[in-house]
Design a protein around this ligand. Sequence first.
Ligand code: GCO
Ligand code: MN
Ligand code: MN
Length: 412
Amino acid sequence: MEPVPPHRQQALVERLSRMCGGSFSPGRRREYFISGPQWAAAYQGQALFYAPTREPVTYADVIREFGRLGIGHWTTHDSDVIATEDLGTDRQAAEIERIRTALAAHGVACSMVTTETFFNAAFAAGPAPEAPELREYVRFRVRNTVDIGHELGARYAVYWPGSLGYFVQGAVDEMQSLEWYAEAIDAACERDVEVAARKGRPTLRHCLEAKPFEPQAEILLPTTDAMLAFIASGRLAHPDMVGVNPEYLHELMWGGAPRAALARALLAGKLWHIDINDGYRLKHDVDIAVGMVNPLDWLNVLVLLRSQGFEGPFNLDFKPLRTTSNWGVFAVSFATAVDRFITLWEIAGDVAEDPVIREATDALKAGSGVSASSDAKTLFEANKELLTLHELIGHRLFQILVGLHRGRAVFD
Ligand code: GCO
Ligand code: MN
Ligand code: MN
């Protein structure tokens, strides 16, 4: 093949994207409760061993591009859009006005706000540090995020405790830290009750997000299950206002089954928000876009969510690859991530309707009809052939994922 000079490269990517097909219109994309994070779009490709590969982008760029793509919701950290030193000041109020204008101009709604309590040097000792003045600063940040959320019309607030943990054992008192972290969440909820009443708005849904490792060596609340236990611990003043925001990859990172983790959150009535992405088990937080690594697992996750009536928000918390250009972040990363999600969501609908899966599932539940009370051997024999359906269901899910159920020709 001939070399592709720089000025022809975007056209090539565009032509090959069109050849991929399977993309949805912006209007269709807007029918789903999908949100795009400011920080994901603005991620410049940097990491500990990686220099940035992309130019900075502003929230105005991100909101405009989300609007154009049909990503109807936008999410942000407080400090993604307001300089840390401006938080809580008149300059914040002016910036919020500009953000509202940008959102309205592009038909995008702010669905969720989140507090950055990990990046700034003030959080060197995490979001529940020993010094009272640092904890007061954390409370200021979460209260202020609640204010921002109400100003921007959000319905959700997310908290990822980030560095709630330690590098060296014994330096941090786990019990005390967890109690202090509960105080920060209480401060957010209490502010919310006040502001919501003043503004005549519903209170926000406060969602805790866990990650098993990074950025601390050991994490105090590493999994969604740990978050559920924290919510139920009796330490929170408003446990009814607090739920979870599981991130697909974060459950995979500790070796868990994301679908089972989501099921446990659903059982507890606390699944309120999800970060959607992909990656590998027992590895670091690679934040690959949804469906690129584990499409079959994702299909099963969506089958569960659809069957339980969970319809979002689905927050695209991924990192566009470092090899993707600024232009490619919107033209390829976000566009294809949304389209893969919608495709998997629709295929999950096919699973629910599929006659093979339906009959197999019903048959398993009907059992053999043989009553053999405590005779284990007879009970086993009576169900033996029926249980073979488990493997057939697994095969059928594969067929549905690759479209074989729609009559794709078999290979001779
Ligand atoms: C991560 C986390 C974050 C959080 C965000 C919202 O992997 O870094 O998932 O992206 O979701 O801070 O609280
Ligand atoms: Mn996340
Ligand atoms: Mn992540």
